[in-house]
Design a protein around this ligand. Structure first.
Ligand SMILES: [Zn+2]
Length: 449
């Protein structure tokens, strides 16, 4: 046998055996968004086999051996997006995430057995079942990280109490037993109970994240290892509002007494230390701008009538209708406006100071829509807070990957997981272009709606 014939036969054999059990895809001539460098690498062929990007190059003619092809000419390829603050209440969410290119989510917990108002998650046994099906490719859905039942000092009925060291020791074990990826902490946790959570997390090598405990300073919370801080709350607002007139407006508007002012003074004085601690400890901030912005949108008919909500459970839809009525009659409109303008500045300040930000929406609480709202979050970061489009994109791609220590996610590179979105228009020119989704690729496979 001639050598060349032998090589050809070998190649045919190799291709046929590879094709038998593996999936492949080539995306040709596409413009890749490098989220780290903030640049576009033009006209590349991206080759994918078995959920992994096996090579990226231009001017290559090997495309014939790929069964599945996508023409990327004139289009842009983004890493799959992450929503780092969600509350899953229904299977319909999993589809909506994929429809909008959200290929990874961090579920911020709760424990209800049926859908309620959208602000709390289903119990971890249900979410774990879906997660395992997704991981075995038996169900469509994003990469899923869950926190299960919440440790709280508020006594909120579906949470687990964290009002003392004993509470924490007892309830921490219950949460660990439910096989979660991290622990979610809520508010009103006393300092000693909070320290116990920190100690147990270190001992069990599990992260904790969530709301802020009022009994400790932000710098202390960061030093104790809380991995991310969610939402804008009074303590965060007071701590990071630089402008003293603005700060005074909050205190006056919310009728702070002399005693209240003494209580919050340490928060205000903590700003520089908190920023220093956040950077040193890699504490992330999740501003959830879109849910805060919903308080301004009770007259925005486009938002209120968004037909995607019809895919959500009835109880979530009902709760949204009630919410709009509440917002229309909200007596605290002035205070909400102050909070909103403070949040814009705070996001910009923390970003400029080098604190890591993560995109999170709190869906489907107060009008949030799985998948869709993540794009609104990115838009708010750019158009309201003043981040650049690439800075906003990082909060939903490379930053979540770094947060979870995922070394093969969040970028488009060889040997990385092929969770990708092909979009029609350049998102670096306008962040709204993330919505021009052409094709979603989950684990190397084209997702069809
Ligand atoms: Zn939440």
């Amino acid at each position: 046998m001639k050598y060349s014939v032998f090589i050809t036969l070998l190649l045919i054999w190799k291709c046929s055996t590879e094709n038998k059990n593996s999936t492949d895809l080539i995306i040709t001539n596409v413009n890749i968004i490098d989220v780290v460098a903030g640049t576009i690498i033009e006209n590349q062929d991206v080759r994918i086999r078995d959920s992994i990007i096996i090579s990226i190059s231009n001017n290559n003619n090997k495309s014939k051996i790929f069964k599945n092809k996508l023409d990327g000419k004139g289009k842009f390829l983004l890493p799959g997006l992450w929503d780092m603050h969600v509350h899953i209440q229904d299977q319909s969410y999993l589809k909506l995430f994929l429809d909008y290119g959200v290929l990874g989510v961090r579920d911020m917990g709760g424990c209800v057995s049926i859908p309620t108002n959208g602000c709390e998650s289903l119990c971890p046994d249900i979410l774990n079942k879906w997660k395992s099906k997704i991981n075995k490719n038996k169900q469509i859905g994003p990469e899923l990280y869950i926190s299960g039942q919440i440790l709280s000092g508020t006594g909120w009925p579906t949470s687990l109490r964290a009002s003392s060291i004993e509470d924490v020791q007892h309830n921490f074990a219950i949460i660990l037993n439910s096989k979660v990826d991290f622990i979610k902490v809520y508010e009103q946790i006393p300092a000693d109970a909070y320290r116990e959570i920190s100690r147990l997390c270190k001992k069990n090598n599990i992260d904790f994240a969530g709301h802020v405990s009022e009994s400790l300073l932000l710098s202390e919370i960061s030093d104790l290892g809380q991995k991310s801080i969610e939402h804008i709350r009074e303590q965060i607002l007071f701590c990071f509002t630089k402008d003293t007139n603005e700060l005074e407006a909050f205190l006056t508007n919310d009728s702070y007494t002399k005693e209240d002012r003494i209580y919050v003074k340490p928060w205000i004085n903590d700003a520089e230390q908190a920023i220093h601690a956040f950077k040193k400890n890699n504490t992330w901030f999740v501003p959830t701008m879109s849910i805060q912005f919903s308080r301004q949108r009770y007259n925005d008919s486009m938002w209120i009538t968004n037909s995607l909500r019809s895919q959500l459970p009835q109880s979530v839809q009902q709760s949204f209708d009630d919410y709009i009525i509440r917002m229309k009659n909200n007596p605290d409109k002035k205070s909400d406006l102050l909070w909103w303008s403070a949040l814009e500045k705070l996001v910009k300040r923390l970003n400029d100071e080098g604190v890591g930000l993560l995109a999170g929406t709190d869906i489907a609480c107060e009008g949030g829509i799985p998948g869709f709202s993540l794009h609104e979050e990115l838009k708010l970061m750019v158009e309201q807070a003043g981040l650049t489009p690439i800075e906003a994109l990082r909060t939903a791609t490379i930053n979540p990957a770094q947060y979870f220590g995922l070394l093969k996610n969040g970028q488009i590179k060889e040997n990385f997981i092929a969770d990708l979105i092909l979009i029609e228009k350049n998102p670096l020119e306008s962040i709204s272009n993330t919505m021009t989704i052409n094709t979603v690729i989950r684990n190397g496979v084209i997702y069809r709606k």
